[in-house]
Design a protein around this ligand. Structure first.
Ligand code: TRP
Ligand code: SF4
Length: 368
């Protein structure tokens, strides 16, 4: 049985290796050598796969105009899962790529049936957090899908003419009109920077979670079909693993007890971290004897994704865990302290972004 990727689902993907053979996602290894700066996301294989990223990096190196485009579905408060993507974008911006960020308010409306008011509120929150985390607002384009021009919306109509229900069902499984609209809208997100009215970028890189690969495959096929008519090129993509929630499943705002939100107060963060699922054994005695299992531990993930940027420090956590020297209680307390520090610094910056009115300058708020 192959794995089914559902871009609208909530499950985490446990077997990343299969994505290489089943869908033709390339392992990230060959790309790492080409990176001018080797961010730990790549060396730790948090970013584990890609399509055509080498071409994109070559273009970047040759001084071509390159763009990174990704999108966020504004369906809840911003959490650590989003923060990881902000970190990716910040890194790619430092390499000199232009950055475009879509707030998928049209998708939230049609697929998640979210109210406009909430989608707009959450969308603005993501943008403020992205800027607070270090994305340079002067070099980033943030937009809401519903604010886009007719050029962008025209793409959706054009794309609908050269896609069939059968091919979309082969990619997505069961469909609804809402999902079809959302998928074609996402294709417009990814391909519209190539239009001259949107900058005429020929090299587009899309960083996403692997669950979004169905959209990437569809969009690459669509690009091929419009190569003559619109001069579209296939976009490149790179895929990250998700930081898991504190129960071991995908971190999601629909299960708030297992997600760390960037504006959570310290007490909630503490409670959530101390209650998290770990790779610890049933008793302290057993753990001293057998060691813990960091591969199954949501706390270890916090260290790996965010809290221990230094490799030596991460290795230290790993070794003291597997040797049974470190017990989960102490390990969780340390993680909590580090996390509280990261979040309190971030919160200060977030407040500043909100209070100084940066948002009003960088994004047009949709009307209802
Ligand atoms: N579908 C994406 C999600 O659920 C959001 C999204 C919309 C997106 N447009 C995009 C992602 C373009 C990457 C590129 O999170
Ligand atoms: Fe996880 Fe730390 Fe416990 Fe090891 S000691 S299983 S890393 S919480």
């Amino acid at each position: 049985m192959g794995i089914k990727l559902d871009p609208w689902g909530h499950l985490s993907i446990s077997d990343y290796e299969k994505l290489f053979t089943q869908f033709g996602i390339e392992p990230i290894d060959s790309v790492i050598e080409k990176l001018p700066v080797k961010h730990y996301f790549f060396t730790r294989k948090i970013v584990f796969g890609h399509r055509d990223m080498e071409k994109w990096l070559d273009a970047l190196k040759c001084g071509e105009k390159v763009v990174v485009l990704t999108g966020f579905m504004p369906s809840g408060h911003t959490h650590l899962g989003h923060l990881m993507v902000f970190e990716e974008l910040k890194y790619l911006q430092q390499l000199n790529a232009h950055i475009h960020v879509a707030i998928a308010d049209a998708e939230a409306y049609v697929v998640r049936r979210l109210s406009r008011r909430r989608a707009i509120k959450y969308g603005l929150e993501y943008i403020a957090h992205a800027i607070a985390w270090g994305l340079d607002p002067d070099r980033t384009i943030f937009y809401f899908q519903t604010n886009q021009s007719t050029d962008y919306y025209r793409l959706i109509q054009l794309f609908s003419r050269k896609t069939s229900l059968a091919e979309m069902e082969a990619i997505y499984g069961e469909l609804s009109p809402a999902k079809i609209v959302a998928a074609l809208t996402q294709a417009a997100d990814i391909l519209h920077p190539q239009l001259s009215s949107y900058g005429g970028y020929k090299y587009v890189l899309v960083p996403v979670g692997a669950d979004q690969d169905p959209h990437i495959r569809l969009t690459r096929d669509i690009a091929d079909r419009f190569s003559t008519e619109l001069g579209l090129e296939r976009p490149a993509s790179m895929y990250h693993k998700f930081i898991t929630g504190l129960d071991g499943n995908k971190m999601s705002s629909s299960r708030p007890e297992y997600a760390i939100f960037l504006l959570d107060d310290e007490e909630s963060v503490k409670r959530k971290v101390l209650n998290a699922l770990t790779g610890g054994r049933a008793t302290a005695e057993e753990q001293r004897k057998l060691g813990g299992q960091p591969g199954k531990c949501s706390i270890y993930q916090l260290y790996m994704y965010l809290l221990s940027i230094d490799n030596k420090e991460l290795l230290e956590v790993y070794n003291s865990c597997t040797s049974g020297k470190l017990l989960c209680g102490e390990c969780k307390r340390k993680a909590y302290e580090k996390l509280a520090k990261v979040l309190s610094e971030h919160k200060k910056k977030y407040k500043k972004v909100v209070e100084t009115g940066v948002l009003e300058k960088v994004v047009e708020k949709p009307s209802f």
